[in-house]
Write a protein that binds this ligand. Structure first.
Ligand code: ASP
Length: 603
């Protein structure tokens, strides 16, 4: 080894020990006869002192060294002179008095500071020089956290008798609702592999293969438009279990989530335990989304009964037409604001739901701080005294609260609820150290796709309907609920899974419903149907987005912060310049001719 110790481990007790350290120049301070170098490696920073008189050769080298040069330093550990200890540094009580320094490599001036956390670094520059970005403490911390999380998961599942098994990357379509990445086959011209959108089919086949408990830290590929928490390739903890029911999987997964947080990030607070369970329907009704952030309790409450008895014509008519009236209570929002401010706030909220949800308007009233006062707000007058009291009670409202009302078609009310919650969330400055997990269950098995006039699987085509809803596949598929469960944390879907179909006859019923001919289904999924005929055990499982999980544990703003070499929003690696054109020779070996639209040819 070119070093005897690392830069984070030496303490007062090591005083007098001769050591060799190696690492990067984090900072250099020249005080004439003395040069101080903060030497950095993965484990920390140690101060090196180079004295012109005692070690003139080393001093000359230290003099020529610059930030990010790679040095090897030989010297002895010394307790720092009185008053010069640095309490911010783990090694701050000692320094190394250098006898000899070797430059192992030089560095150009980096395009951004590595030794300072500047917050708003240009992301394109960070990606272009990712290997330098990775040297920054924040990135070192996140990737270490990722490593620890994955290692913990492996150990936990190993102790639970799971077997880690790799499944192929070159495979066949494994639909999870995205486009496939295709890879042309040279040996079978004109044929293509699809990269797995998930190992879904393969893990089910492993259950048919008798493994009973499988997991994998699996790379998945989905060709879709990127958003903050999506990447074209991402990592899942993928697992599957045989002879289980929904409850078994959920309980084990909840134990895993709890153990990860308690062990890996003990400073984080788990808000609700056991994790609350919401039906898909309730999640949409109350939070306007199937991945609610339950760290804050703003919810849309159904007050159709009260609204229908008010004198407000919109509510009365809507309730008659079978639409709901929903109310969201914003505690204290009207307490200390003037009438003018309140009108401004509510006008902005109304503009928000018009823009984001296509709502026609947003009615409101405020609850007076003094109970003797009237309800304020344009629709206050439509509620008589008794109804007001009923409303206040139904909403648990208190003086100073703002009550917002929504009444329209369900999707508009849901989108309004979601938009309002997102708006208030941004004002609340929520604590990232709180992790609020919840389960969303009882998803519909299918969601209607109006454009293609067919049902789409709400999870994927292998999800078993709930046993009590199985009969609905024939009579009313839209009403059938699936056995799906999603694990949500702070508004992010951390994972999802389900109990699977293991019966060929049930699986065969799904294909026509989702618009696939039996001929096409046999071609793409015939192997699954066949496998189900050879004693496939009942099974179910789940997959977690490792990137998202680690992002939440790290309190990072997006998943790129916890991936070593992520793609940009445009799906590119701008460091290595990928994707890039293929050589004509490569294309011809694959019998591929390009037929690009004119605008692409100009590039
Ligand atoms: N394959 C699913 C997914 O990738 C997860 C699962 O059902 O286990 O979302």
């Amino acid at each position: 080894m070119l070093k005897t110790h690392n830069c984070g481990e030496l303490r007062i007790g090591d005083a007098g020990t001769p050591v060799t350290l190696a690492g990067w120049v984090n900072r250099r301070r020249d005080q004439g006869g003395l040069i101080f170098i903060d030497l950095r490696d993965r484990w920390g920073i140690t101060q090196v002192v180079v004295d012109l008189e005692a070690a003139p050769a080393a001093h000359a080298i230290a003099d020529s060294a610059r930030n990010e040069f790679v040095l090897q330093v030989q010297g002895a550990v010394r307790i720092r002179p009185e008053g010069t200890a640095n309490p911010d540094l783990a090694t701050g009580d000692i320094d190394i008095v250098a006898d000899e320094i070797r430059i192992l490599n030089r560095s150009r001036t980096p395009p951004f500071y590595i030794n300072r956390d500047e917050g708003a670094l240009d992301e394109a520059l960070r990606m272009r020089y990712r290997y330098l970005d990775l040297r920054r403490e924040a990135m070192q911390r996140s990737l270490l956290l990722r490593h620890k999380t994955v290692k913990f998961i492996r150990d936990f599942l190993d102790a639970e008798d799971f077997v880690e098994i790799e499944t192929p990357i070159l495979f066949k379509t494994t639909p999870e609702g995205a486009r496939d990445f295709l890879v042309p086959s040279r040996l079978q011209p004109g044929s293509f592999y699809a990269l797995p959108q998930s190992p879904q089919q393969l893990k089910q086949l492993l259950m048919v293969g008798g493994f009973e408990r499988y997991f994998q830290i699996a790379r998945c590929f989905r060709d879709e438009d990127l958003r903050g928490d999506r990447q074209p390739e991402f990592t899942q903890l993928d697992l599957e279990m045989s002879f289980v029911e929904r409850e078994d999987v959920m309980q084990l997964m909840e134990a895993l989530a709890t153990a990860i947080v308690k062990t890996i990030t003990p400073e984080k607070q788990l808000l609700a335990q056991p994790f609350p369970r919401l039906s898909y329907q309730d999640a949409l009704e109350q939070y306007g989304t199937d991945r609610p952030d339950i760290r804050f309790d703003l919810r849309a409450i159904d007050i159709s009964d009260i609204g229908g008895r008010s004198a407000f014509p919109v509510f009365v008519e809507n309730v008659k037409a079978g639409k709901k009236v929903k109310c969201m209570r914003v505690p204290g929002a009207a307490g200390s604001v003037s009438g003018t401010q309140l009108r401004k706030i509510t006008r902005e909220l109304e503009a928000l739901v018009r823009r984001r949800a296509g709502a026609k308007g947003l009615a409101y009233i405020t609850i007076p701080v003094d109970p003797a006062d009237q309800l304020r707000g344009p629709i206050g007058k439509f509620f008589n005294v008794d109804l007001k009291l009923e409303l206040i009670e139904a909403m648990g409202a208190e003086g100073g609260d703002l009550l917002l009302f929504m009444s329209d078609d369900a999707p508009i009310v849901q989108a309004s609820t979601d938009a309002l919650r997102a708006h208030f969330k941004s004002q609340l400055d929520l604590d990232d150290n709180c992790l609020a997990f919840c389960w969303v269950i009882d998803f519909p098995e299918f969601i209607w796709d109006e454009e293609h006039r067919r049902w789409d699987p709400s999870q994927h085509m292998f999800t078993m309907p709930l046993p009590e809803d199985l009969h609905l596949l024939d009579s009313d598929p839209g009403a059938a609920r699936g056995s799906q469960y999603d694990l949500v944390c702070n508004g992010y879907e951390v994972g999802g899974g389900s109990i699977r179909i293991h019966d060929r006859a049930i699986q065969e019923k799904i294909f026509p419903l989702i618009g696939q001919t039996m001929e096409h289904a046999m071609q793409e999924f015939g192997h699954m149907l066949e496998a189900f005929e050879y004693g496939a055990p009942p099974h179910g499982g789940m997959a977690w987005g490792i990137d998202r999980l680690v992002m939440l544990l790290a309190g990072a703003p997006n998943i790129r912060e916890v991936i070593a070499f992520p793609k940009t929003q445009g799906g590119a690696d701008i460091m290595a310049n990928a994707p890039s054109p293929a050589e004509p020779q490569q294309l011809s070996e694959l019998f591929i001719e390009l037929d690009l639209p004119p605008e692409e040819l100009e590039h």
